[in-house]
Design a protein around this ligand. Structure first.
Ligand SMILES: Nc1nc2c(ncn2[C@@H]2O[C@H](COP(=O)(O)OP(=O)(O)O)[C@@H](O)[C@H]2O)c(=O)[nH]1
Ligand SMILES: [Mg+2]
Length: 154
């Protein structure tokens, strides 16, 4: 299993990463502008596995593991220098912030950053939450999941 820790800069992502992985990754990397993610794999201890191993004496006993990916922090000038990580931007064509979102994506492209922009026809703010079973909402969710899967290479 692979889990990405995402959130605002300086919100404590790396602190949580270190706690989960007993790691020593540098915190406050907001200031250092680190873009490479911290990655660590931890074994998941499970008493039930030990009981089963005693019962069946298998040739090998492999506990499950979880890989944590801590997305690096950003420096304050990252947007201007094109140093931002890939962004996923979406809005409905009837969304209040539509033009702002489109302009933001254009700004990222102009600065040399990667952005994937979806403007969903007829969509309005939070329409996927209000009507989660609508065809459009399902397409929105699938596009988001696909983007994340591509980004994480899974
Ligand atoms: N007060 C307080 N500070 C925290 C907490 N978690 C992290 N910090 C501090 O907030 C700063 C940013 O933390 P960091 O883990 O680097 O955040 P990241 O940018 O999201 O990875 C560091 O100085 C941490 O020591 C918390 O729960 N409470
Ligand atoms: Mg961090």
């Amino acid at each position: 299993m692979k889990i990405a820790i995402i959130g605002l800069a300086n919100s404590g992502k790396t602190t949580v990463f270190n706690a989960l992985t007993r790691g020593t990754a540098e915190t406050t990397s907001y200031a250092s502008g680190q873009l490479e993610p911290n990655i660590a794999t931890v074994k998941v201890p499970d008493q039930r596995l030990n009981v089963l191993a005693q019962m069946f004496d298998p040739k090998k006993n492999t506990p499950a593991d979880v890989q944590y990916v801590d997305v690096g922090g950003l420096s304050s000038g990252a947007r201007q220098s094109g140093g931002l990580p890939p962004a996923f931007i979406e809005c409905g064509s009837a969304e209040l912030f539509r033009d702002e979102d489109v302009a933001y994506a254009s700004g990222l492209w102009a600065a040399g950053s990667q952005a994937e922009l979806h403007v969903w026809p007829g969509g309005f703010h939070a329409c996927d939450q209000l009507a989660p079973n609508a065809r459009l909402s399902k397409d929105m969710t699938a596009a988001r999941d696909d983007w994340m899967a591509r980004l994480l290479g899974s």
